[in-house]
Design a protein around this ligand. Structure first.
Ligand code: DOR
Length: 451
């Protein structure tokens, strides 16, 4: 027990784990108390209120998912913060950054603050919310606080947020200092393709409308804006090999463009439409196996530094609508760490790389204070992982409110078994039984510098 300024804090000692520290796995113990990591490798004599024997398990920083759509307020029939944040806890995600296409769209400080207030009473894990760009809210974007950054839909997707005009984009890149991220699909190309394929009821048409060209044109346009305005810019959900090349070329010149890939673009291709139909209808659309490979190669060589989910749930009834009415988006937060741990077990990457992509890099890209690493003084957002546990994903086990997963039926090896958020144990898997806490996470803090 730790007593500080009259308050009593419960301490937890996680003993003998393989702890991922500084890009390496070290067998040691970690002491947490008062929301923080207070000691690494404490003396053998140290005890705590809670002693956790973690022999044979991996202790890693909590995952930071920098792209989710949790639908509250306004679209809570699809998802809400209570369900989504439990799904996070189960999946080892201790912090999320949520997109502004809720209803109302989060485009002003007041609307951002409203979302923060809702989350403070609903979210089991830590939370942050992007401010959405419109063609005429640059003043809101300039003065926004308590936000990771600005989200621009350069191409339209779910909802009505869209900034397509060059003038409006130039103004946003010129006048704001917060990091910007964008959904990059070229609106003109998508509209032209939609006309060409009008009347098609084949789900595979989705990838012909939202094609390679649409993604590459918009990403090139956004990188050009970032370069001319020397503005920090994060390419969301890269889906094509060509974009990986564009980003690699930009990174050879400067360091203010970053990028991310999502599990569905890494692991699904157009070949999966036959098996999964509208469950894999996403924006940007899924592409080819060659694109899957290029994205993975981009992660391995550092071109893409972040893996995020773009968790975008819709109800099964909505997904069962015929194409093209069925909406775009799929849920992923509760399975994406396991999807990547399974890749580690398959020998495609290391657990240290997974930590770099899913914990360290998102904290760095969004200037998140005190998260993403296991270090003394950092927040006690931690995940204990059993690399030998095999589990099959089943729709009926999903915590996400929509109650389905496109990976249902897949057996993965390597799963989170315990999650702590700010020192509180929020999720435990014990002999197949899941236990969740009733606590709330905290608002993420940022250390933004101007460009
Ligand atoms: O497929 C998608 N669905 N892509 C997005 O960018 C938005 C998301 C949603 O909110 O449904």
């Amino acid at each position: 027990m730790l007593v500080q300024s009259g308050e009593i804090f419960i301490s937890t000692l996680i003993k003998n784990a393989n702890v991922i520290i500084g890009g390496q796995s070290v067998e040691t113990s970690v002491l947490i108390s008062n929301r923080k990591i207070v000691e690494i490798d404490p003396a053998n004599t140290v005890t705590a209120d809670n002693m956790v024997d973690a022999s044979g398990l991996v202790l890693m920083p909590g995952v930071i998912d920098d792209q989710v759509h949790f639908r509250e307020p306004g679209l809570t029939g699809k998802e809400d913060l209570a369900h989504a944040s439990r799904a996070c806890a189960k999946g080892g995600v201790t912090s999320f950054l949520e997109m502004p296409n809720t209803i109302p769209n989060a485009t002003t400080q007041q609307l951002l603050d409203d979302k923060l207030a809702i989350a403070s009473k609903a979210s089991l894990v830590n939370y942050g919310f992007y401010i959405g760009a419109t063609p005429n809210n640059v003043n809101d974007l300039k003065h926004a606080v308590r936000t990771p950054g600005i989200k621009i839909f350069i191409g339209s997707s779910t909802g009505d947020l869209l900034v397509d005009s060059q003038d409006a984009l130039e103004t946003i890149f010129a006048q704001t200092t917060l990091p910007i991220c964008a959904h990059c699909e070229d609106e003109t190309t998508v509209k032209r393709n939609a006309q060409r394929y009008a009347g098609s009821t084949d789900i595979a048409t989705h990838s012909k409308i939202r094609d390679h060209e649409a993604a590459a044109i918009a990403t090139a346009r956004a990188i050009d804006l970032a370069e001319r305005h020397q503005h920090r810019f994060h390419v969301l959900h890269v889906s094509t090999a060509h974009e990986v090349d564009l980003i690699r070329a930009a990174k050879a010149k400067h360091n203010f463009v970053t990028a991310e890939a999502c599990p569905h673009h890494l692991f699904f291709s157009i070949d999966d439409y036959t098996r999964l139909g509208s469950l894999v209808k996403m924006n940007p659309s899924i592409k080819t196996k060659q694109d899957n490979e290029a994205l993975f190669a981009g992660l391995l060589d550092g071109t893409i530094e972040v893996i995020a989910t773009d968790h975008a749930p819709h109800t099964m009834d909505e997904k069962n609508l015929p194409y093209p009415q069925c909406p775009s988006g799929l849920p992923a937060v509760e399975n994406y760490l396991a999807l990547m741990l399974d890749q580690v077990n398959q020998g495609r990457c290391s657990i240290e790389q997974v930590v770099a992509w899913m914990c360290e890099a998102p904290a760095r890209v969004w200037d998140i204070a005190n998260k993403g690493k296991i270090e003394v003084g950092y927040d006690a957002d931690l995940v204990l992982v059993d690399m030998n546990l095999e589990k099959t994903i089943r729709n009926e086990d999903q915590q996400t409110k929509c109650g389905w997963s496109p990976w249902a039926g897949e057996t993965l090896k390597g799963w989170p078994v315990k999650t702590w958020v700010m020192g509180e144990e929020v999720f435990r898997l014990d002999s197949g039984n899941e236990t969740y806490a009733k606590t709330f996470g905290t608002a993420i803090e940022y250390q933004h510098k101007t460009t």
